[in-house]
Design a protein around this ligand. Sequence first.
Ligand code: SAH
Ligand code: MG
Length: 200
Amino acid sequence: MKEEYLKQMEEYADENNIPIMNKRGINFLCKFIEQNDIRNILEIGTAIGYSASKMAMCGRNVHVISIERDQERYIEAVKNIKKLKLDKKITLVLGDANDLSINFGDEKFDLILIDAAKAQYLKFFKKFENNLADDGVFISDNMNFHGYVDAESEIKSRNLRQLITKLKKYITFLEENDKYDTKFYKVGDGLAITAKKGVF
Ligand code: SAH
Ligand code: MG
């Protein structure tokens, strides 16, 4: 029954152009969560709660806090996690992740998944860096941005070009960081896993 409902969520996302993680990306993430006994997750970019639900279902002790700024999507996500009976495992937050009112004090997360506005990844990273557990990881989605990151010259739209420039800046920030190591994976739309030096 849950599988059926998740399939409906995939269809809803497809019909409404909501960029949820694809199957390979989400399976990779799930395996990572199980293998590393990830429990406490912060997600930036809930959309309709698809990846949050998948993550909450793949580990026995997983709890997810997920932030979404779009009210319509947030409402859809609230409905979905209720239907899936995951409302105890997932806490949904409505608001812009950059907003000062959204902060988690000293709370530490084993995994912080960044999957919101691509131009703001560096901002999100810096804002929530202090909430990363010592052995925790950031996972950043869409590092290939549908192939555009490797094909910049083909981009005609100015907005898209600016977005790719910012995403590339973020990639350089990760690559040249002296506090963190990052591994890049081609799975899904490109995932980056970042941990404090010495953790990998
Ligand atoms: N993680 C989801 C997909 C997220 S799509 C999944 O795989 O199922 C990205 C979402 O991030 C969009 O719904 C968008 O509204 C939201 N978003 C973008 N910028 C944001 C911000 N600054 N704060 C909160 N949410 C944001
Ligand atoms: Mg994504």
